[in-house]
Design a protein around this ligand. Structure first.
Ligand SMILES: Nc1ncnc2c1ncn2[C@@H]1O[C@H](COP(=O)(O)OP(=O)(O)OP(=O)(O)O)[C@@H](O)[C@H]1O
Ligand SMILES: O=C(O)[C@H](O)COP(=O)(O)O
Length: 603
């Protein structure tokens, strides 16, 4: 308020500081103090701890308040979507670079929070298995490893839990996570056991207490308890009692409010997101919130009752919906056609009829196959069956529709030709059988070509669809391979994913060194996806010379003594991080505003 450095003219400043501190403390006001000298005055008055936030920026905070884009931030690199590292993603849709929910993430937890702690991590380890219980696609396991490895490296004991399939009546060997534990052990080069239960039985408690720092244990299928899908709090409490904190990394199951995704967050603090969950959201939110049009959704597979209701809200976003796989026959039956013994959900026929009317009204094309490859029985375990291709309105009694026919595939290719965004969930047929895999592989090839040649954004989600794309060798050509099938579709619908909503909000990072006390609401929900120093590890930094621009413009008195070192203190964490990773650090800054080159008072 005045030349506060002089005791004669400091009263106005200190009185205002006192008033603001009181407002903050007594009225719950949010107070933000910015600027070298203002901060210095507040520090000197001893009132800093009472303020909500002591910012190292004066003009910068004012320009933010003006709503300006700060050029020093705008010029930084955009964050790459780290899912790319393990998911073969190539292109990043523009909007995904700028929006990100400010959920607390595992990277906000360091060794001090994790060492010696038991961490319950929900992964989506729901991988496809063949009849011999061999894993046919390990994408979801591989994608879960970075977070688990991070936790281990910080000295945590990691309890990974997941569902596998949809067991109906308790434990069944074919739904056991034992093959997953074995596979994860091989991939992580660790001895990873599968506990016999996910609940805190005496045996499981014994296994957990025998764990050492850096160990990983997989809990048995959470869906062996019916309570899991009902979000039973007792089951959640039992699982939570095994651990000190919770990490949700199961993007593929984030659309389910189950005991192991949502319920446990009520019993474990903190509950944070893992790398995979965060990175999938980074990518997909952008792609679906502001899609490059025309946009098509291809919905296939066998989870008819899960996926048909999702299509309704999708009509708002997409221009075309291509129906494939086991979804087709409920649509055909709703059109009054006979479908033989094909997979049908009769309950959903009225839903489908309404959907077709809504699509017509909105001008969204719903594309169904015009010919179908049928078998006289289900080709279980790859068994060869009698085969014929028939028009969609001529499926013989006793036969089952198991794949698209060649005409249907050509029609799909024509429909996709002008699309700039394609989201695919669920195979076009029973692709596990070589007799009924052509429809799926042909569509995969068409999408890969659209991506490569037309620059379309292609997002492939779902355990089996990803498995098909991996098998075809086309994964590297797709824009994004997601570990979520239903979860990606629900994001496309615009739904809030309950597994994400339940996680803790992020505190503002400046708090760590700036004495911040309260977080204004809005700051909890928006965050720019700029690349940050924490995205750089030892591999990027060791031996490198790093130029770091700090704001070391501190107030000095006439003897050139620093009268407030807030900006220096606040710069140290990043410099220390760089040093700890083996970098040589060149820090630069301005100091005051020298007009005529170097002078002694403006070093
Ligand atoms: N016409 C059909 N009749 C019966 N099953 C089919 C048919 N077409 C495809 N399927 C089966 O659908 C299964 C995959 O369906 P699902 O809905 O689980 O897809 P997904 O890609 O795994 O997605 P998500 O991850 O969301 O489950 C495959 O095992 C495949 O054999
Ligand atoms: O495969 C998936 O999409 C996820 O693992 C969720 O499985 P669910 O549809 O059985 O809940």
């Amino acid at each position: 308020m005045g030349v506060f450095e002089s005791p004669q003219f400091s009263k106005g400043t200190y009185d205002v500081a006192e008033c603001i501190a009181e407002l903050t403390e007594k009225n719950g006001a949010i107070s933000i103090i910015g600027g070298g000298d203002s901060v210095s005055a507040v520090n000197k008055s001893g009132l800093a701890p009472k303020m909500s936030h002591i910012s190292t920026g004066g003009g910068a905070s004012l320009e933010l308040l003006e709503g300006k884009v700060l050029p020093g931030v705008a010029a930084l690199d955009e964050k790459e979507m780290a899912a790319a590292a393990f998911c073969g993603q190539r292109k990043v849709p523009k909007a995904s670079r700028t929006s990100l929910r400010a959920k607390k993430s595992v990277e906000d937890l360091g060794e001090a929070d994790l060492k010696g702690k038991t961490v319950l991590i929900r992964c989506d380890l729901n991988v496809p298995l063949n009849a011999d219980l061999e894993i046919t696609d390990d994408t979801r396991i591989t994608a879960s490893i970075p977070t688990i490895e991070y936790l281990c490296s910080k000295g945590a004991k990691v309890l990974a839990c997941s569902h596998l399939g949809r067991p109906k009546d308790g434990p069944e060997e074919k739904f056991s996570l034992k093959p997953v534990a074995k596979k994860m052990g091989e991939l992580m080069k660790k001895d990873i056991k599968c506990a016999p239960d996910c609940k805190a039985t005496d045996e499981v408690k014994g296994m957990v207490s025998a764990m050492s720092e850096g160990d990983v244990l997989i809990l048995e299928n959470t869906r062996f308890y019916k309570g899991e899908t009902k979000n039973d709090p007792e089951l959640a409490e039992s699982m939570a009692s095994l651990a000190d904190l919770f990490v949700n990394d199961a993007f593929g199951t984030a659309h389910r409010a189950h005991s192991s995704t949502e319920g446990v967050t009520k019993f474990l603090k903190p509950s944070v997101s893992g790398f995979l969950l965060k990175k999938e959201l980074d990518y997909l939110k952008g792609a679906v919130d502001s899609p490059v049009k025309p946009m098509a959704a291809i919905v296939g597979g066998a989870k008819v009752s899960t996926k048909i209701p999702v299509i309704e809200s999708m009509l708002e976003k997409v221009d075309k919906v291509i129906i494939g796989g086991g979804m087709v026959f409920t649509f055909l039956k709703a059109r009054g056609l006979s479908v033989g013994n094909s997979l049908v959900e009769d309950d959903l026929i009225p839903v489908v009829k309404k959907l077709e009317e809504q699509a017509k009204a909105k001008g969204v094309e719903i594309i169904l196959p015009s010919d179908i490859a049928c078998g006289d029985e289900f080709p279980a375990g790859g068994k060869e069956v009698n085969y014929k291709v028939v028009p969609a309105d001529d499926i013989p009694d006793g036969w089952l529709g198991l794949d698209n026919g060649p005409k249907a595939t050509e029609e799909i290719k024509a429909a996709l030709a002008d699309c700039k965004t394609v989201i695919w969930n669920g195979p076009m047929g029973v692709f596990e059988s070589p007799q009924f895999s052509k429809g799926t592989y042909d569509v995969a090839e068409c999408i890969a070509e659209l991506t490569e040649k037309n620059g379309a954004i292609s997002i492939i989600g779902g355990g089996d669809s990803v498995s098909a794309v991996n098998k075809s060798g086309l994964a590297p050509k797709m824009s994004h391979i997601s570990t979520g099938g239903g979860a990606s579709l629900e994001l496309l619908e615009g739904k809030v994913l309950p597994g994400v909503a339940a996680l803790d909000e992020k505190e503002m990072a400046a708090a760590a060194f700036c004495g911040q006390r309260k977080v204004p609401k809005a700051s909890r929900t928006s965050l720019r996806a700029k690349k940050s120093v924490e995205d750089l590890g030892e591999a990027d930094l060791k031996g490198k010379t790093v130029l770091i621009r700090c704001d070391l413009n501190v107030p000095l008195n006439a003897d050139l003594e620093i009268t407030d070192d807030t900006r220096i203190t606040a710069s140290i964490p990043t410099i220390e991080y760089l040093c700890s990773k083996g970098a040589k650090v060149l820090a630069c800054s301005h100091l005051a505003a020298p007009r005529t080159g170097p002078r002694r008072s403006s070093r």
